[in-house]
Design a binder for this molecule. Structure first.
Ligand code: HEM
Length: 140
């Protein structure tokens, strides 16, 4: 628990001064930090507090009200990777966490050309039930 508290704290410290991401979040970054922390604790096998408080994660649906393109995804990942690098995680844990963050971040891209590729490339954690949109060329 302490690990993810520290990780999300470092991550949101960076988001606080990011001109692309900051406008997407509410004024008080405390609650978003806590939600991300509880989600990660639960995902990595800890207590299921996220579910108790927020229900099923349904992250893609929950992120639909923001336009998330490659720019937003890359900023998010950049800050998370920096937070990971400053964490006490060893090389194996780092690689596993990074793989998870990259997969979820790709899955959440919902705007721009890359959104149409979702589920085809780079979204191995999407799992069953994801509605795939065909690439723009096939949509017409
Ligand atoms: C791809 C770039 C991403 C952007 C631009 C983004 C943006 C946001 C924003 C604006 C919120 C609302 C803040 C709040 O009030 O809680 C949010 C919530 C959240 N995000 Fe992301 N996010 C991204 C990627 C991710 C990833 C990769 C994960 C998980 C590994 C994640 C997990 C969450 C969770 C758990 C919440 C809280 C959902 C809830 O219970 O309401 N996000 N995100």
């Amino acid at each position: 628990m302490a690990f993810f508290e520290q990780l999300t704290e470092r991550f949101y410290e960076r988001v606080a001064s990011d001109e692309v991401l900051r406008p997407l979040y509410p004024d008080d970054l405390g609650p978003p930090r806590r939600r991300l922390c509880l989600f990660l604790v639960q995902f990595w096998g800890g207590p299921r507090l996220y579910e108790e408080q927020r229900g099923n994660p349904q992250l893609r649906a929950r992120h639909m009200r923001w336009e998330i393109g490659l720019r937003e995804r890359d900023r998010w990942l950049e800050h998370m990777v920096a937070a990971l690098e400053a964490s006490p995680a060893g090389p194996l844990e780092r690689a596993q966490l990074r793989g998870h963050f990259e997969a979820v971040a790709n899955h959440l891209v919902n705007a721009g050309d890359a959104a149409g590729q979702n589920g085809r490339r780079g979204a191995p954690s999407a799992g069953p039930g994801l509605r795939l949109r065909p690439p723009a060329a096939e949509r017409r």
